[in-house]
Design a protein around this ligand. Structure first.
Ligand code: EPZ
Length: 433
C-alpha cells in the first residue's frame, strides 16, 4: 500500500496539463465492443479504473495494443464472451457499462452487480428500466445481472431521476436496436455528449445528447474509428481548487472552458480570479477568500464530484459557507478527516455548514473515496506542517499521476510505500465508487 506525504504551505505556480476524462473513458472503452472493426482511442487517462476496463476487454477476448501517448488500438472482433468476470467487474463501479455494450452487441450480457460504495445507496433500477423498455429480460442472482433479448427494439424511455450511468447505458443498448428510441429526462454531462460523439463517429445515429431528450435511430453496423476522449472537467476543477487553496497562480491546460462554467462561477464568487483562453485557464488568488453557498446538481449545475474539493477551499474562506449535497446521501465522509486538520464543519443530513477558519494543520488522514482523497490532498497542500494520506488507491482510480503534476506546480508531495502488514491491519478496503 502507498500513502502521500505532503509538506504544506507552498504556492502552486506554473502549468499543469489535464488528462482525459475518467467518466468518459470508462464508458467509451466498453462501447468499443459495439464496433465491427478495430478502434483507436486517444487521450485515455492512466488510471486504475481504465486499467480494469482494458483488463475486462482482454479477458473477454479483445486484442488491445498500447500505441503510447495515452493511445490504444482495440480490436473487439475476437470477443467471444458476453460475461464480465465477477472479481474484475466488482472492483469498479462503472463496470455496468459492459451491460449496455454487450446487450447492444450480442443481445445478452452477464455482469456482476456494481460494488457497494461510500456514497450511499447506488441503485440500478433506471438502468434495468431502460433495458426492459428495449425488449430485454433481466434476472439478478448470486450478485450477477443477466440480460437477454430476442431482439432489441427502439422505444421511449423516461428516467424517473436524472442519471448519468443509466443515460449512458440506454444509449449503448439502443444504438443497434431496431427503430427509434427517445430518452427523456436524460443526463447532460459532458461525458454523455462524449460517448454520443464517439458512437456517432462509428456510424451511430444519436441526436440531442447534452439536452434532456436524446433520440437514437438504430443502425445495422458500427465501423471502426479514431477518437480522442475529452479533457476531465473534474480533474481541472480539482486543480483550480488546489491552486486557489495555496493562493497560487497557475495555468491549467487542455481544458474545455465551457465544461467548467458552473465551477468557474462558484470559484469567482469565492474570490478566485480566472481568465479563460481557448483550451486553458489561468487561476490565481490575490485577495481574501469569502464564503459561498453551494448546491450540487446534475449538469449544468455544480457537479457533485467537485463537492468535497470546494468544501476544503471554503474551510480557508472568511465566514460561514453552506454546502447542500443533492445527488448522494453519503458524500460527507471526508469531513471527519478535515476535522482532524482543524476544519470546523457541521453536517446535518444533506447539508454541511463550514465555519471558515482560514487555516488547516497537517495530520495523518485517510481517503474514503476518490473525491474525498482529492479534497485531502488540497487540504494538505494548504495546511501548515505535514499531512499523510492513506488509502490513496481511491485517488489513483481517477487521477492520472496526481503527485507528479502537483510536484511540477511546486508542491512538496511524495508517494511513500507502507509495508503491507502494517497497511492491511488498518485498511478496511471498500469497493470503488
Ligand atoms: C456517475 O455515477 C459518476 N460515475 C459519478 O462520479 C457521479 O458522482 C455521478 O455520475 C453523478 O454525476 C461515473 O461516471 C463512473 P447517477 P452514476 O446514475 O452514474 C440515482 C466520481 O467521483 N440513481 O447519475 O452511478 C442515484 O442514486 C464518481 O467520478 C437511481 O436512483 O450516478 C443518484 O442519487 C462518483 N437509479 C442519482 O441517481 C439508478 O438506476 C445520480 O446517479 C441510477 C441512479
Amino acid at each position: 500500500m502507498d500513502k502521500f506525504v505532503i509538506k504544506g504551505g507552498r504556492r502552486l505556480t506554473g502549468e499543469v496539463v489535464i488528462s482525459g476524462a475518467k467518466n468518459a473513458a470508462v464508458a467509451i472503452l466498453p462501447a468499443v465492443i459495439l464496433s465491427d472493426e478495430p478502434c483507436v482511442i486517444e487521450n485515455v487517462p492512466t488510471i486504475s479504473d481504465v486499467n480494469i476496463c482494458l483488463r475486462i476487454l482482454r479477458e473477454m477476448g479483445a486484442v488491445i495494443d498500447e500505441l503510447g501517448n495515452n493511445t490504444y488500438r482495440i480490436d473487439p472482433t475476437p470477443i467471444y464472451s458476453f460475461c464480465v468476470p465477477y472479481e474484475t467487474a466488482r472492483k469498479m463501479r462503472a463496470s455496468y457499462y459492459f451491460l449496455g455494450a454487450l446487450l447492444g452487441k450480442f443481445n445478452k450480457a452477464r455482469v456482476s452487480m456494481p460494488g457497494g460504495c461510500p456514497l450511499g445507496d447506488r441503485p440500478i433500477d433506471q438502468h434495468l428500466k431502460a433495458f426492459s423498455a428495449l425488449g430485454a429480460n433481466y434476472t439478478l442472482s448470486q450478485g450477477m445481472i443477466d440480460l437477454t433479448a430476442d431482439k432489441l427494439c427502439g422505444n421511449p424511455i423516461f428516467f424517473d431521476v436524472v442519471t448519468v450511468g443509466a443515460t449512458m447505458n440506454a444509449m449503448l443498448a439502443a444504438v443497434k436496436a431496431e427503430g427509434l428510441t427517445v430518452i427523456e429526462n436524460a443526463a447532460k454531462e459532458p461525458h454523455i455528449v462524449d460517448l454520443a460523439n464517439f458512437l456517432n463517429s462509428m456510424g451511430a445515429n444519436i441526436m440531442g445528447a447534452g439536452t434532456d431528450v436524446i433520440k437514437i435511430r438504430g443502425v445495422e453496423k458500427l465501423r471502426g474509428t479514431t477518437y480522442a476522449v475529452i479533457p476531465d472537467q473534474i480533474e481541472a476543477g480539482t486543480f483550480m481548487a488546489a491552486i486557489a487553496a495555496t493562493k497560487g497562480d497557475a495555468i491549467i491546460k487542455n481544458v474545455i472552458p465551457k465544461h467548467l462554467e458552473s465551477i468557474t462561477k462558484k470559484m469567482e464568487k469565492i474570490g478566485v480570479n480566472i481568465e479563460q483562453y481557448d483550451d486553458s485557464i489561468r487561476v490565481w488568488v490575490d485577495g481574501p477568500l469569502v464564503k459561498a453557498n453551494i448546491k450540487t446538481a446534475p449538469h449544468p449545475g455544480f457537479p457533485t464530484d467537485m463537492q468535497s474539493q470546494i468544501a476544503t477551499l471554503l474551510t480557508l474562506a472568511d465566514g460561514t459557507s453552506i454546502i447542500t449535497e443533492n445527488i448522494w446521501d453519503q458524500r460527507f465522509g471526508y469531513v471527519d478527516e478535515l476535522r482532524r486538520m482543524g476544519a470546523d464543519i457541521t453536517v446535518n443530513g444533506k447539508v454541511a455548514l463550514i465555519e471558515g477558519t482560514g487555516k488547516l494543520m497537517g495530520a495523518p488522514v485517510k481517503a474514503c473515496d476518490l473525491r474525498a482523497g482529492a479534497a485531502l490532498i488540497i487540504a494538505g497542500l494548504a495546511a501548515s506542517g505535514v499531512t499523510e494520506i492513506e488509502d490513496i488507491f481511491h485517488i489513483e482510480r481517477g487521477y492520472d499521476c496526481m503527485e507528479g503534476k502537483l510536484r511540477k506546480l511546486g508542491a512538496d508531495i511524495e508517494k511513500v510505500s507502507i509495508p503491507d502488514n502494517k497497511a492491511s491491519a488498518k485498511n478496511s478496503g471498500k469497493a470503488a465508487v
